[in-house]
Design a protein around this ligand. Structure first.
Ligand SMILES: Nc1ncnc2c1ncn2[C@@H]1O[C@H](COP(=O)(O)OP(=O)(O)OP(=O)(O)O)[C@@H](O)[C@H]1O
Ligand SMILES: [Mg+2]
Length: 260
């Protein structure tokens, strides 16, 4: 009994420390603070956020910004009042099988520990590493900041807790198509990566151009399925631009140019 009591107290103390009270009103509809903490974040994740505070990566968390199937994006703020995007991979809802193909076969992650939780932690690390490889090659991605367990901290793309518009929601032109193909090429040739989920949903359009995100599934070009994934990425993005009436090149020619 006593231990439960202590852990409950610790939990509410952490809640107080991690989640800002003053900004509660700014949370998007449907994200009440209590609900977020109790139903989305399990205790180990709350502890991980707390560690990010004691490690001075963030100062506090404002709340959830968007909820995907397998991750929730939180809006954090650092000690210089700069916004930080916190991508929190959900351990409970993880579809383990779907992910395996993007890790097995990637020589950077040959030692795979068994268990869903370990795979999720590795997945977060993998996204961090993919972002770093891109960032180092000057490919436009959110700047990676830190990763602990299932929490990935990166540059927040957007303002006041609202993410920038995805390509899907933006007006687009030929220049965007050219940049989208240029990014695919640089990913392959400079960062030695294939995105694996390249689409209008995973690219922001900002005033300074396109910014690629959601790099969890990106694989090393030595992975045996590289060509298949690259072809799929090219087809998806080509279809999107073509549907919007933009002149596109033959996907097969784009593929040959990228791998040559
Ligand atoms: N660095 C960032 N800055 C601001 N917003 C972000 C950032 N990264 C992601 N987001 C927001 O969070 C959403 C989900 O991110 P992401 O696509 O990486 O996760 P996901 O688990 O693949 O989610 P989904 O299943 O919806 O694709 C994005 O659509 C975007 O609005
Ligand atoms: Mg996504």
């Amino acid at each position: 009994m006593l231990t439960i009591d202590i852990s409950k107290k610790l939990e509410s103390k952490l809640d107080e420390k991690i989640f800002s009270k003053s900004r509660k009103k700014q949370l998007p509809d449907g994200f009440k603070k209590g609900k977020v903490v109790n139903e989305v974040l399990d205790k180990p994740t709350v502890m991980t956020l707390y560690k990010m505070i004691t490690d001075h990566i963030i100062a506090y968390v404002n709340g959830a910004v968007s909820a995907g199937k397998e991750s929730v994006l939180f809006w954090g703020v650092d000690e210089n009042k700069k916004d930080v995007a916190l991508k929190i991979y959900l351990v409970t809802t993880a579809s383990f099988k779907k992910r395996e193909q993007y890790i097995l076969g990637d020589p950077r992650f040959s030692k795979l520990k068994k268990g869903t939780k370990n795979l999720i932690y590795l997945w977060a690390k993998k996204e961090f590493r993919n972002l770093s490889q891109c960032y180092d090659c000057k490919i436009p991605v959110p700047k990676p900041i830190h990763v602990v367990n299932n929490v990935l901290a990166m540059e927040f793309v957007g303002e006041n807790g609202s993410p920038a518009k995805q390509l899907l929601e933006s007006e687009i032109d030929e220049q965007d198509y050219d940049q989208a193909i240029e990014i695919l090429k640089d990913l392959y040739k400079k960062a030695n990566l294939v995105h694996g989920d390249y689409s209008e949903y995973n690219i922001f359009k900002t005033e300074t151009g396109l910014i690629l995100f959601d790099l969890g599934s990106a694989i090393d070009t030595r992975h045996p399925n590289t060509e298949e994934f690259l072809k799929r990425d090219i087809n998806n993005i080509t279809r999107f631009f073509s549907k919007r009436g933009i002149k596109v090149n033959d996907p097969e020619d784009v593929f040959q140019e990228i791998i040559s």
